[in-house]
Write a protein that binds this ligand. Structure first.
Ligand code: IPM
Ligand code: MG
Length: 367
């Protein structure tokens, strides 16, 4: 297959986690006889420093011509005092919105190898867990009207959703649930928010088309509690942009480290299915440039890219299996290490990337 993958390494640890993931994509391309071309772009704080804007003109159009975008992270203290619409995060939100990737899939799976790194007591995770968080990504309070009073002493943000936006994200979540354990939890705050009451109304209608999926409703405060009390009760969770942002950080740390979590942001499926693939962890400025960041979230995002945008399931599995094999062999980045991890198994971003690279099995190299 011939395809072009856009790369935005971004800020903070972005470049350190994207480099190994790109290397892995290159290797997978070669081993499985594909032609993967890469085109690098700048966005976020790094772009601001070079061009004076966080999303240089023409970037969105150029990225749109590619088959997928692999993105590291944006943001950091250097740009925190910029006005809202100049901040690096604004570039990320604009990319998501302009590229129409409304469905953000954030799987949180407890791998048996990392059970010791999960902060919950053993009894709470004895059966493991495998959660797919489906977060609405291009609407809600992130994109609603916001502003300040004339004297700047008051501010407002608006959460708004229309029926179409709710319906399309529900359909993504129901379809995912159909291929899994068939339990969908709609997380909202319907006891307070009108948008949540509309989500429930739309769900009541849409659910009749997915009769083999059990639908549950859960208030977000309760969901935050249930996630740490008993994560295994969840299969697919669907929720709005802001609740999904918060709950996905919570579910990520249950997997051992937020550094493990990949994500895929997808749009409407019509022939070619463009997606943005990024780790959930963010730019982590406190450890940037120190070769300490866990690249596995980005590497697993690259696997999602192979699966969702390029329909290369075998190649995606090859990457995921390589990650599991490396964890099996005891290798850990700092965030995953505990007192039982031998010193010689604790490694940096680059070394972890290389370990995964050498564990990739191609059709010619069976294990
Ligand atoms: C995420 C991040 C972003 C978000 C930030 C960087 C704008 O936290 O992808 O979860 O809130 O969506
Ligand atoms: Mg977040």
């Amino acid at each position: 297959m011939d395809c072009t993958i856009a790369i935005i390494a971004g800020d903070g640890v972005g470049p350190e986690v994207v480099a190994p993931a790109q290397k892995i994509l290159e290797t997978v391309g070669r081993s499985f006889h594909h032609h993967f071309k890469f085109r690098s772009f700048q966005a976020g704080g790094a772009a601001y420093d070079t061009y004076g804007e966080t999303l240089p003109a023409g970037t969105v159009e150029a990225v749109r011509e590619c088959d997928a975008l692999l993105l590291g992270a944006v943001g950091g203290p250097a740009w925190d005092s910029l006005p809202g619409d100049k901040r690096p995060e604004h570039a990320l939100l604009a990319l998501r919105k302009e590229l129409g990737v409304f469905a953000n899939l954030r799987p949180a799976v407890l791998l048996p190898q990392l059970r010791g790194a999960c902060p919950l007591k053993a009894f709470a995770v004895s059966g493991g867990f495998d959660i797919l968080m489906v977060r609405e990504l291009t609407s809600g309070i992130y994109f609603g009207r916001r502003g300040r009073s004339a004297d700047l002493s008051a501010a407002f943000d608006t959460m708004s959703y229309n029926t179409d936006e709710i319906e399309r994200i529900l359909r993504v979540a129901y379809t995912a649930a159909e291929g899994r354990r068939k339990i969908l939890t709609v997380v909202d705050k319907a006891n307070v928010l009108e948008t949540s009451r509309l989500w429930r109304e739309v769900t009541e209608r849409v659910k009749t088309e997915y009769r083999d999926v059990v639908t549950n409703f859960l208030y977000v405060d309760n969901a935050a509690m249930q996630l740490i009390r008993s994560p295994s009760q969840f299969d697919v969770i669907v929720t709005n942009n802001m609740f999904g942002d918060i709950l996905s950080d919570e579910s990520s740390v249950l997997t051992g480290s937020i550094g493990m979590l990949p994500s895929a942001s997808l749009g409407k499926k019509s022939g070619r299915s463009f997606g943005i693939y990024e780790p959930v962890h963010g730019s982590a400025p406190d450890i940037a440039g120190q070769n300490k960041a866990n690249p596995l979230g980005t590497i697993l995002s690259a696997a999602m890219l192979l699966r969702h945008s390029l329909a290369l399931e075998e190649e995606a599995r090859a990457v995921e299996k390589a990650v599991e094999a490396v964890l099996d062999s005891g290798c850990r980045t700092l965030d995953l290490a505990d007192s039982s991890t031998p010193q010689n198994k604790i490694m940096g971003s680059k070394e972890m990337g290389d370990a995964v690279l050498s564990a990739i099995t191609s059709p010619e190299k069976p294990r």
